[in-house]
Ligand binder design. Structure first.
Ligand SMILES: Cc1ncc(COP(=O)(O)O)c(CNc2co[nH]c2=O)c1O
Length: 421
């Protein structure tokens, strides 16, 4: 048994019935596919339930229009749906300020860049520091690294110890009076480590710094309350939480967003424009220049409804059950090296390497058996350098995966082991 009704959930995802293995040059044609799909790449992107697809189709069929209160009926319907989607996402993460504290972006990466450009370029300078961790995703690591180069600020990285957890004594050393931003990943998409973001936010606030949490792997997989954590900013993506691609969110405390200047200019984000200057719309529209991802916003809200119906405590329990099961199964083999904390103390993913088989070769062999996992550095290249490996293979689980699919992963690895023996 599982914390969620896996069979009922799987019925909402027709793609899970797919067979694979045929010619990939004809997307959408599957007549020569014959290998059942085992999808274990959810940290890269999750699948999209019928309920979300239907909401997007209903939008295009029923009330497609540009937003921000055109005079005609369709525009007003679309505006209400798009604005309400902001409220729905805000409610999901415990943002009591509602839509004024949730900016829709393209993805987590754009959310990170919005703060780096709209706040970082103005507020950072020589003598300032931005503190991150060694396990950051490139979305934050490269962004703050480059903004620091432009502004003369310094980036610092909290050490990750041998079992994949943060060295909090080192964090205390790095977060000091020079620190203006502490930007940390909540759940590592490579190690599965769950970082103490509330404690790190407190440490940031003690020195007058902001706390930015990268929630791309946490908002989809566990209950998140941004006000409990007391984050000043929180970023996540719709496509990793049953939503469509092309939409993400930046949560920001209202008074901080109010102070920030936009960094993308154009229509929809202005209140008045003359040849000499312009004034800005209210939050969050000030940060949403141009025609926004309207259909994606509707889909994002439908994805939040879908996950809420399952219950995020149940989503978390299911993922952790599968992560622990996978950690135990893979741990049966001496020729498999796993990265990150023990199986009972991690998010729903396991990155590993099989001795003497390069991650890309292993994932190719697994793919031939229908098992979809990720091989590479998972956009955490510096972390892989630190681990002393060029790449790793990563299995990541979600609400529709089962123990049997973990067993299929283990069997497929066995096939690879024999092939390379
Ligand atoms: C922790 C973390 N931060 C940021 C991002 C960036 O999200 P995006 O802007 O929507 O791409 C990802 C996506 N992680 C992955 C995307 O593909 N493989 C992954 O592991 C992530 O896992």
């Amino acid at each position: 048994s599982y914390p969620v009704d896996v069979d009922a959930i799987r019925a909402d995802f027709p793609i899970l019935q797919r067979k694979v293995g045929g010619d990939i040059s004809t997307p959408g044609e599957h007549d020569d596919d014959d290998t059942p799909l085992v999808y274990l790449d959810n940290a890269a992107t999750s699948h999209t339930p019928e309920q979300v697809v239907d909401a997007i189709v209903d939008y295009y069929h029923g009330y497609n229009s540009n937003v921000h209160r055109g005079i005609h009926h369709l525009s007003q319907e679309a505006s209400v749906a798009y604005e309400n989607a902001h409220d729905r996402v805000a409610e999901f993460i415990g943002a009591s300020g509602g839509r004024e504290e949730v900016v829709f972006t393209k993805n987590t990466t754009e959310s990170m860049n919005l703060v780096a450009y709209a706040w970082g370029l103005d507020e950072l300078g020589p003598g300032d520091s931005v503190v991150m961790t060694e396990m950051e995703h490139h979305a934050s690591l490269v962004t703050w690294q480059q903004i620091a180069k432009k502004t003369g600020a310094e980036v610092r990285y909290i050490r990750v110890d041998d079992d994949g957890r943060l060295d909090m004594e080192h964090a205390k050393e790095l977060i000091d009076d020079s620190t203006k931003m502490v930007s940390v990943v909540h759940v590592s998409n490579t190690l599965g480590t769950v970082n103490p973001v509330s404690e790190l936010a407190d440490m940031a606030h003690e020195v007058g710094a902001y706390a930015f949490v990268d929630g791309a792997q946490s908002v989809p997989t566990r209950p998140v309350d941004v006000e409990d954590i007391d984050a000043d900013f929180f970023a996540f993506s719709g496509h990793k939480m049953c939503g469509p691609t092309g939409i993400g969110a930046l949560y920001g405390k209202r008074d901080i967003l109010e102070e920030m200047q936009p960094y993308l200019y154009g229509g929809e984000m202005i209140r008045s424009v003359t040849y000499e200057d312009s004034t800005w719309e209210d939050l969050p529209w000030k940060f949403e220049a141009g025609t926004p991802p309207i259909a994606q916003g509707v889909g994002f809200a439908a994805a939040v409804d879908y996950l809420d119906d399952i219950g995020m405590e149940n989503v978390q329990a299911h993922e952790e059950l599968l992560a622990e099961y996978a950690y135990d199964r893979l741990g049966e083999f001496d020729d498999i090296e796993m990265y990150g904390p023990p199986g009972d103390d991690r998010g729903g993913l396991v990155a590993f390497n099989l001795d003497s088989v390069h991650a890309h070769d292993l994932s190719s062999i697994l793919n031939e058996q229908g098992v979809a996992i990720r091989a590479g550095d998972h956009c955490t290249q510096p972390l892989h350098d630190k681990l002393g490996v060029a790449a790793s293979t990563r299995a990541s689980f979600y609400i529709y995966n089962t123990r049997e699919e973990v067993d299929k992963l283990v069997d497929a690895i066995d096939t690879a082991r024999e092939l390379f023996a």
